[in-house]
Ligand binder design. Sequence first.
Ligand code: 2KA
Ligand code: SF4
Ligand code: MG
Length: 237
Amino acid sequence: MTITLADDELLVAERFGPTVQGEGPSTGRRAVFVRLMNCNLTCKTCDTPYTWDDSRFDLDAEATVTSVSDLLAWATAQPVDLVVITGGEPLIQQRRLIALAQGLVDAGLRVEIETNGTIAPAPDLLAWVSQFNVSPKLSTFGAGMPASKRIKRRVLGHFAVSGRAVFKFVVSSIADLDEITELVSSHDLAPVYVMPEGRTAEEVTRRLAEIADPAIERGFHLSTRLHLLTWGDQRGR
Ligand SMILES: Nc1nc2[nH]cc(C(=O)O)c2c(=O)[nH]1
Ligand code: SF4
Ligand SMILES: [Mg+2]
């Protein structure tokens, strides 16, 4: 990527909505989304490779340089009270997110950030974000990447004590639950949601049924992927 940004600009992949938050504790809540470019991980089954994978996508063409004031004007004009900032990995651009989050909260909106849990939020951002939905990548989903890249234990600990984080693990098989249990007990992660991996409604429904009872038994909450069940694997929903 060759784009340079001013201090008040973000590199945006897409903005969409009104739709609903499809994952985690706010599932079903009306929301608009801002999806930022770039990621520091390379998950093989990533559902938004157009934000980071330059071997498959022309990232310069995918990206739109957008000012914070433009995003604020857009989001505050929407008939919803929740803005979800996602990616890619949005915390790569966290310095520029502070003014956006502050502006949204000042306008009376709730702000959630979806993050992979490898980058610690600065105190100035933590202060303005209502909730971080932290989704660490397990060895199945993050296959091919070393654990040291996917799991930043210090960062997870930081989120755990922040009072602003919920943890949401994408589960591909029951074996993933052991890995989650280890992370949860080592770092006192709470609350913990598990969510089935899947790109079709059938896959999500089947996996959820597989993992539901063992997850409940281990003390985890469940999440589905409501947007996928409702609209399928459509971009911008
Ligand atoms: N409706 C809807 N809910 C979502 N929750 C997290 C999403 C994401 O892509 O991070 C997402 C998404 O892409 N769409
Ligand atoms: S962390 Fe998220 S956005 Fe980044 S590659 Fe993995 S699934 Fe995709
Ligand atoms: Mg998505």
